[in-house]
Design a protein. Structure first.
Length: 286
């Protein structure tokens, strides 16, 4: 897709900073953003950044599709946080959503989101890469901040990459927290931040009453990976300032993300926060 040809785009917005960053970047490039936003989750700042905005409830599919069609949208992106566990509370699905949910082989994120892409396509709305307008936020390999990981951290990063990729391949989650080449916590329904915080609790419980020589341990290492053959239309790995805040609370000092496929929201603020907390941030290649 040629960027110059995009003057109108749909935004299917969940919660968090991601949809706001997208809308801001799209608007800055002269693209009118027509937003369908998840009620109770989407950021209110989207109202000022959107040419039009309609809210929909979890479980509604016909309403957001109609809103984008009425706005003349032919291309759209899916961004933002929708808790994967929310599928358990979808009690008010409209007829179209209920029908497509009944056809799913399972309720993994990739299955659900892939089916949603197909439903929008039936009405002439193409879901495109959720990194559209945000390519500059996809990091290149190497050290991203000022804090460099040590040799012990590098060994745990290498181990964590393998675990995170296996986790992502199974469509369970995208984040693994390891320590000295041991698995501490794996992301599932709870999401990245809660996984990181849980790892801190587990680590503190494991070393309670012990005197830990910090020079002989990697400490907690957070690794975030993309799926094999990651579909850029949905569920990209994302980190932001909140990721660093969660790591600081957990006592984790090392973050490694997959280069070229992990979005770094508010990149400069994120790296500044990481530097101030003594957290190293690096990007690895697949």
């Amino acid at each position: 897709m040629k960027k110059a040809a995009v003057n109108k785009i749909g935004l299917i917005a969940g919660g968090g900073e991601y949809p706001v960053v997208f809308a801001r970047e799209a608007a800055a490039k002269g693209c009118a953003v027509h937003t369908v936003a998840l009620e109770g989750a989407a950021d209110s700042r989207l109202e000022a950044l959107s040419a039009s905005i309609k809210y929909f409830k979890l479980g509604q599919l016909s309403a957001p599709i109609k809103a984008l069609r009425d706005a003349g949208v032919e291309k759209a992106v899916m961004t933002g946080l929708v808790r994967h566990g929310s599928i358990f509370s979808v009690l008010s699905a409209d007829l179209r959503a209920a029908a497509f949910l009944a056809r799913l082989p399972d309720f993994r994120a990739e299955s659900i989101l892939g089916a949603i892409v197909k439903e929008f396509a039936k009405d002439g709305i193409e879901i495109i890469s959720s990194a559209t307008f945000l390519e500059h936020l996809l990091p290149k390999p190497g050290l991203l901040g000022r804090v460099r990981p040590g040799k012990l951290q590098e060994k745990s990063i290498e181990f964590g990459q393998r675990i995170a990729r296996q986790l992502a391949a199974a469509d369970v989650g995208l984040t693994a927290v390891v320590c000295d080449r041991m698995i501490v916590a794996l992301e599932a329904l709870e999401g990245t931040d809660q996984c990181i915080l849980r790892s801190g609790e587990l680590y503190r419980a494991a070393v309670a009453g012990q005197k830990v020589d910090q020079s002989k341990t990697s400490g907690l290492v957070v690794v975030k990976a993309a799926r094999p053959r990651q579909d850029f239309r949905f569920d990209l790995p994302v980190i932001g300032v909140r990721t660093i805040e969660s790591m600081a609370r957990a006592g984790a000092k090392t973050l490694a993300i997959e280069a070229g496929s992990t979005l770094m929201l508010s990149r400069q603020e994120l790296l500044s926060k990481a530097d101030s907390e003594g957290i190293s941030v690096t990007a690895f290649t697949a």
